[in-house]
Design a protein around this ligand. Sequence first.
Ligand SMILES: Cc1cc2nc3c(=O)[nH]c(=O)nc-3n(C[C@H](O)[C@H](O)[C@H](O)COP(=O)(O)OP(=O)(O)OC[C@H]3O[C@@H](n4cnc5c(N)ncnc54)[C@H](O)[C@@H]3O)c2cc1C
Length: 145
Amino acid sequence: MKVAVIGAGWAGAAAAYYLNLHHHNVTVYEAARMPGGRARRVESTPFGYPTDNGQHILLGAYRETLTLMLDLGINLDEAFHRIDLCITSANREYHLQAWPLPAPLHLAGGLVGCRGFGINDRYRLIKLTQQLSRKKWQVEKTRLF
Ligand SMILES: Cc1cc2nc3c(=O)[nH]c(=O)nc-3n(C[C@H](O)[C@H](O)[C@H](O)COP(=O)(O)OP(=O)(O)OC[C@H]3O[C@@H](n4cnc5c(N)ncnc54)[C@H](O)[C@@H]3O)c2cc1C
């Protein structure tokens, strides 16, 4: 099948890659001078060196993005500077940092040491997590192929 993909950002490039893998005849149309879309590399900057425009933070939950990178042969250990999940409000009143333990202990530890959450909030959060786990709740799969 002949397929036209409009845009060579993450979405278009990923679609083109998998379509090509499944033997479709793909043409990518990109309006900008370079591919990458919002996550493109900007060559000419006031700093005098190239800068990555977007996509600096990837969460472990970005499963499809990570799968794509693995499919492309990218070594994730080399490509990423991995840090534990940490959420801090701008005024630093709320702070939740996952502990370097296997799941789900990483979040249990984080809840013990978090700042700005009362005992009731922590209890509700644990209860909600347990309920979701009992219901075997999972993020909906959105793979196209
Ligand atoms: C400064 C910045 C920082 C960011 N930081 C993060 C981050 O830390 N973590 C994170 O997850 N996300 C981040 N993002 C968001 C992330 O970069 C985007 O969500 C992602 O790149 C979007 O990809 P996309 O392919 O959906 O769309 P886009 O990247 O917008 O790609 C769309 C492409 O389509 C092209 N196009 C549009 N219309 C046409 C047309 N008619 N014909 C031909 N081509 C067309 C555009 O030129 C573009 O190249 C950041 C974004 C910015 C700008």
